[in-house]
Design a protein around this ligand. Structure first.
Ligand code: CA
Ligand code: CA
Length: 441
């Protein structure tokens, strides 16, 4: 008898360690349910109370009309509707993902807490994987300087994947702290705070990454940002370096009717809004990397150094029809004077039809090679397979990666094929091409 009890115990213990649990959230669920497929929970917040590292919460498709009564916590002046503070561990993420083939949409138009900012998902936990759902209609209720967010991250080693943040007044994704986070294949679009301050949505970026000290190695890959009233991707006030890899920014600084609103940069790499001597600047100054990215018709600059006090790395980017395609403007920390950009490294970049092409670049104080301006090659329409901007919002591939489109792909015979410098990335033909898309035929 004793032996049997021991065996049963052993099995139970082993099972606990070997098998992860699966829970369900559904529009017609209840938080009094057990969270099974037939008796799902109503909220992700409830699911968090039962999950352990390695567990998966499947979110069923449909429209989740979020309410103020669901606000889980108030913190730092934010009404955090869903507050995720339970962490997974390395190799055992906690997954909150869409049920395969279904699209959950969380709508926040009814969440208007007086005097509070709104964070639809406020994440302080680590080793969390969020995937495959939409956040829309996030509100701003404060009339003075403020902002709201679809996702605010403070944790580390999190994965934000295939999330769609759109048609609200909030920033899409916003990081203030945490390291080693991956923001993968997400879209932020048509976000505009038309209520606070002057109603121009001057804080409504698609993606903002502003890590505190220690927030290293955050990577944005395969993300798109368009028609956000401020910037597409913004790295102002960062203590650590960030990487943008294969991301697209277009039509930022405009509302969806192309009315001019906020700043309107595609990729804003750094800066501190430094206005007086003695303001604290990180040491070392972070060197951001922007590579294989595409910026199209952003109101101000496609690729912008934003008065940063150091250089960034700009590799294989393509810019088209931005107010200025590449603006490397820097600022001196010792005198707070704006100066042409120094310490930047620019390789293999390509621009066409900018209001201005390259501004504020002190080439003698930067490392530049094989860019279109170094080669003194002016692009023409005949260099490209297509310049049809409507392709930029094409549906993603089934795995969530960016669509394969002809936009700004080089045409056979283009003078930009094989004219790049080998800087260690995979290429086809004799040498890398210029711009974000390697010609493959
Ligand atoms: Ca901004
Ligand atoms: Ca090539």
């Amino acid at each position: 008898m004793k032996k049997i009890t021991f065996l049963v115990l052993l099995c139970t213990t082993s099972l606990t360690f070997v098998f992860a649990n699966t829970f369900y959230v559904a529009v017609d669920g209840s938080d009094d349910n057990a969270g099974t497929k037939s008796k799902p929970f109503a909220t992700v917040q409830k699911a968090q109370t039962v999950v352990q590292p390695g567990d998966t919460v499947y979110i069923r498709g449909g429209l989740y009309a979020m309410t103020e009564a669901q606000v889980a916590q108030t913190k730092r002046g934010y009404a955090c509707v869903t507050y995720l503070d339970k962490s997974g561990v390395a190799g055992k993420y906690i997954h909150y993902i869409n049920y395969p083939g279904e699209v959950p949409v969380f709508n926040y138009t009814a969440v208007k807490p007086a005097g509070l900012r709104v964070a639809a998902f406020y994440v302080t936990g680590s080793y969390i994987h969020l995937k495959g759902f939409e956040v829309t209609g996030v509100q701003v209720t404060i009339s003075t300087h403020t902002q709201s967010e679809c996702f605010e991250n403070h944790g580390s080693n999190n994965i934000y994947e295939r999330l769609s943040m759109h048609d609200g007044m909030a920033i899409g994704f916003y990081l203030l702290a945490g390291s080693d986070n991956l923001i993968l294949n997400c879209d932020a679009y048509r976000n505009w705070d038309y209520f606070s301050e002057n109603g121009r949505g001057g804080n409504t970026d698609g993606f903002g990454c502003h890590p505190a000290p220690g927030g290293k190695n955050n990577i944005f890959r395969g993300c798109r940002s368009w028609f956000n009233s401020d910037d597409g991707f913004d790295l102002i006030n960062s203590s650590e370096a960030t990487t943008f890899d294969h991301c697209w920014a277009f039509y930022n600084g405009f509302n969806k009717d192309f009315v001019s609103e906020g700043d309107g940069n595609g990729f804003k790499s750094g800066g501190y809004g430094l206005k007086k001597l003695g303001n604290e600047i990180p040491n070392p100054v972070p060197r951001n990397t922007i590579m294989f990215c595409l910026a199209v018709r952003n109101k101000a600059n496609g690729f912008y150094s934003n008065h940063h006090v150091g250089g960034s790395n700009w590799y294989n980017n393509s810019a088209y029809r931005n107010g200025c395609n590449f603006n490397m403007l820097n600022r001196l920390r010792d005198t707070i004077q704006d100066v042409p950009g120094f310490d930047h490294v620019l390789y293999n970049n390509l621009g066409f039809k900018g209001g201005k092409e390259v501004q504020q670049l002190d080439a003698a104080k930067c490392t530049t090679a094989n860019n279109y301006f170094d080669l003194k090659l002016d692009a023409s329409e005949s260099d490209f397979m297509s310049l049809d901007e409507s392709l930029l919002t094409a549906p993603r591939k089934p795995d969530g990666s960016l669509p394969d489109i002809d936009f700004m792909q080089l045409k056979p015979g283009s003078r930009f094929i094989d004219k790049g410098k080998d800087i260690g990335f995979t290429f086809k033909g004799k040498a890398p091409d210029l711009g974000a898309f390697e010609w493959s035929q």
